[in-house]
Design a protein around this ligand. Structure first.
Ligand code: PLP
Ligand code: COI
Length: 337
């Protein structure tokens, strides 16, 4: 039974994984059918945002097999996020085992090869149990849910228009570099305003000086220059995107681009011939324009995906869907029987 995904929306699948942390240790973890949680109304996740999450995908290959992309990197980032939120870490092997079990149990929901659809996997960790004061929770849930998904941005491959937000999503030494709900809560209103004004999304500037590009609400930013450079921001308050890490490698070693991680000033966008947003959900979404203080900067590649963005897109998705050989031990094949 295959449920056709519609964009990036939730479709209930057959099973999800759940494991409890109590008395200082994790239980075995189980698969269950119910996707509802019953937790104390005083859970720290609800009141103080003590939680973190991850996002990765299971891809259907042409031969019908299923594979994960860089799952171990997600496991390690999950540990950094948990630690920052004063939560117990989930061992890497437990994380991978939970993801693999969830994918196997929902094999029928992994979309067929061919339409760039996939099974989105959302591991999360929340503080639960009775608690009122501001302190870490006494107990935790680690769960993995999944849903078939299509494109995150409408009209994938068509450049999108973004607007710079006046608000910040993260503080200079805050939690911008980890994947925790609070960052996303802070980005919801700016995102709503952007969409109401006809933009696909908003883009955030650095919280200290508001002069440099940070990232999009759910994706990193990159630009391509005329001098064959792949440029992406370096900042302590953005998420270390696993997709961006992969693109940096592909840009350098496959496309022979010079890879630069540096400040990208919002008033110096004219050095880019192409720009894009990259992430698990967004894959690679080309950016056609960025509006800042009422001025719209349009990139030369604004009608179609630019040449190098296209090459990166084809390489990345080719590896993820198994059409291009894995260059770097990025792929975990799921054995189905
Ligand atoms: N930046 C933010 C704020 C994100 O939410 C995401 C999505 O996970 C990314 C960047 C991209 O990260 P990744 O490529 O690891 O999915
Ligand atoms: C992802 O790309 O996995 C994300 O987490 C994006 C999500 C916030 C919609």
């Amino acid at each position: 039974m295959n449920t056709k995904p519609k964009g990036f929306t939730y479709t209930k699948v057959a099973y999800n994984y759940i494991s409890y942390f109590k008395d200082g240790k994790w239980d075995e973890g189980t698969l269950r059918e119910d996707d509802k949680l019953v937790i104390s109304a005083t859970s720290t996740a609800l009141h103080y945002g003590q939680q973190c999450f991850e996002g990765l995908k299971a891809y259907r290959r042409k031969d019908g097999g299923i594979q994960l992309f860089r799952v171990e990197d997600n496991a390690r980032r999950f540990q950094r996020s948990a630690d920052r939120m004063a939560m117990p870490i989930v061992p890497v092997e437990k994380f991978i085992d939970a993801v693999v079990k969830t994918v196997k149990a929902n094999e029928a929901f992994v979309p067929p090869y061919g339409n760039h659809e996939s099974l989105y996997i959302r591991p999360f960790l929340i503080g639960i149990g009775d608690n009122l004061g501001l302190r870490p929770a006494p107990e935790y849930i680690f769960s993995v849910i999944a849903s078939p998904v299509g494109n995150y941005f409408a009209g994938e491959a068509k450049p999108v228009d973004l607007i710079v937000s006046d608000d910040d999503r993260a503080a200079p030494h805050g939690t911008g570099d980890v994947k925790v709900g609070g960052n996303y809560a802070a980005s919801l209103k700016p995102q709503l305003i952007a969409r109401k004004n006809g933009y696909a999304e908003c883009i955030f500037l650095d919280p200290s000086t508001h002069t440099k590009i940070e990232e999009v609400g759910a994706a990193n930013f990159f630009g391509i220059t005329n001098d064959h450079q792949y440029v992406t921001p370096k900042s302590p308050s953005i998420l270390d995107s696993i997709t961006n890490r992969s693109l940096k490698w592909l840009a350098q070693y496959v496309l022979n681009l010079e890879v630069l991680e540096q400040d990208i000033f919002i008033n110096q966008l004219d050095k880019f011939v192409e720009a894009g947003a990259c992430g698990t959900a967004a894959a690679i979404t080309p950016i056609g324009s960025i509006t800042h203080l009422g001025v719209k900067h349009t990139f030369p590649a604004h009608e179609e995906m630019g040449e190098y963005t296209r090459k990166l897109y084809n390489l990345l998705t080719g590896i993820q869907f198994g059409d291009i050989e894995d260059p770097n031990h990025w792929i975990t094949k799921i054995s189905l029987h």
